[in-house]
Design a protein around this ligand. Structure first.
Ligand code: GDP
Length: 411
């Protein structure tokens, strides 16, 4: 039975991405988030229209959906995957909150401004993400702005990462930025005005030579970093799409390479390939190391296994129309609706009355939540940000409670 449960519940976890968006204030984090929610929320709608595309309508009501970006985590779907988008405060003044959100996510998109490139604040958030070993991909946003320059932005990114791997080439510049060449598939993606879905086609003749040059640079950079890619490169003097894709996934997960994409969130250009990149290259909860915590004074490890004892970190408590919502990253075990859990730090038990998946347009009620997932629960009254909720029989503290330092008088 346990094995069946395990098999049933762990399989979909490979298609979960717990994702954060890291950015300097003003780089476009809000706009990128809004566009992701819009695109992922309309995928089902898109299927209903006959030509396969819909006109993006940013009317005030549609934009109101952006309100949900203030939720601590919102779930959306893309290409058969569930993306839990976790809010990461962009301001260094919220260092604690930034660190806690970095802790609960498995991967992130780092957003940069195509004109300003890396700024001091992007650097500090980047270093925090380094400390937590968060795999990242980079998105150079605002390609439509006057002065936007992908190559210059990538050069500034070298201050943060020695091996940026640029997988796209812009088509057009500034106000004329209309799309990208996907250097892996050597196809062009162009967004016509008013359409939210790219039109795919061959690389335009005028861009072919430059695209091939950039593809070659990408292959060389990847071969230098990845042993298998190097082998193929030496044998064939080139890298195939499959090897490149696999190598980019490995390099993203180890942090040895940084995939760079570009676009304009404001004009809804480049967001679909960005979502494809999240799904292709960033890790699932099963691809990241087991969480560590303390139990009875000794350190313990808990794997992302639905059959293990339940343990979850409360990373945000928010008041909402639904009541007091406690956002949880479930690290191990399975939580069922109606169950009693223990707040491990406070040694207090609490009942979980409801489990919710927070979405842009509605909250879905869940019967259970399993290791690797991010959900909001209603019921716990005393749990605070940073509390560990766990199975009463298997206490584990994931994060030491923040206690004020005792005042020590020095003689
Ligand atoms: P945040 O502070 O990182 O959340 O940034 P916002 O998403 O609020 O964006 C900051 C400003 O940049 C806003 O005025 C946006 O409209 C604008 N912006 C965001 N994305 C783009 C883009 O792709 N192109 C241009 N030209 N402006 C953008």
């Amino acid at each position: 039975m346990r094995t069946d449960l395990h098999r049933h519940l762990t399989r979909p976890l490979t298609s979960v991405r717990n994702l954060g968006i890291l950015a300097h204030v003003d780089a476009g984090k809000t706009t990128v988030t809004e566009r992701i929610l819009y695109l992922t929320g309309t995928t089902h709608k898109r299927g209903e229209v006959h030509d396969g595309t819909t006109v993006t309508d940013f009317d005030p009501q549609e934009r109101d959906r952006g309100i949900t970006i203030f939720a601590a985590a919102v779930s959306c779907g893309w290409d058969g995957h569930r993306i839990n988008l976790i809010d990461t405060p962009g301001h260094v003044d919220f260092a604690d909150e930034v660190e806690r959100s970095l802790r609960v996510l498995d991967g992130a998109i780092a957003v940069f401004d195509a004109v300003a490139g890396v700024e001091p604040q992007s650097e500090s958030v980047w270093r925090q993400a380094d400390r937590y070993g968060v795999p990242r991909i980079a998105f150079v946003n605002k390609m439509d702005r006057a002065g936007a320059d992908l190559d210059a932005a990538v050069d500034s990114i070298r201050r943060l990462h020695p091996s940026p791997l640029v997988v796209q080439m812009p088509i057009g510049a500034e106000a004329g930025f209309t799309g990208v060449v996907d250097l892996l598939r050597m196809r062009s993606l162009v967004w016509a005005d008013g359409l939210d879905t790219a039109e795919e086609g061959p690389v335009p003749d005028a861009l072919r030579e430059e695209a091939l040059r950039r593809r070659r640079l990408l292959e060389e950079a990847v071969a230098e970093l990845h042993p298998l890619a190097l082998e193929e490169f030496c044998a064939e003097s080139a890298l195939g799409e499959q090897t490149l894709t696999r190598a980019l996934r490995d390099l993203t997960r180890t942090g040895d390479g940084l995939v760079v994409l570009c676009g304009s969130a404001y004009r809804n250009r480049g967001i679909e390939p960005l979502l494809d990149a999240v799904v292709a290259w960033l890790p699932s909860p099963l691809d990241v190391p087991a969480v560590r915590g303390t139990a009875d004074g000794s350190e313990q490890e808990r794997a992302a296994d639905p059959a293990a004892p339940f343990a979850a970190l409360a990373f945000k408590v928010q008041a909402g129309a639904t009541g007091r919502l406690t956002y949880l990253r479930v690290y191990s075990g399975t939580l069922r609706k109606g169950e009693t859990v223990m707040d491990a730090g406070a040694r207090r038990t609490e009942r979980v009355a409801r489990i919710l998946r927070v979405r842009a347009d509605r909250h879905a009620e869940l019967e259970l939540a399993v290791a690797g997932d991010i959900v909001a629960v209603v019921g716990p009254k005393a749990a605070r940000t940073g509390s560990t909720l766990c199975a009463p029989g298997a206490p584990l503290v994931l994060e030491p409670p923040t206690v004020a330092e005792p005042v020590v008088s020095v003689a």
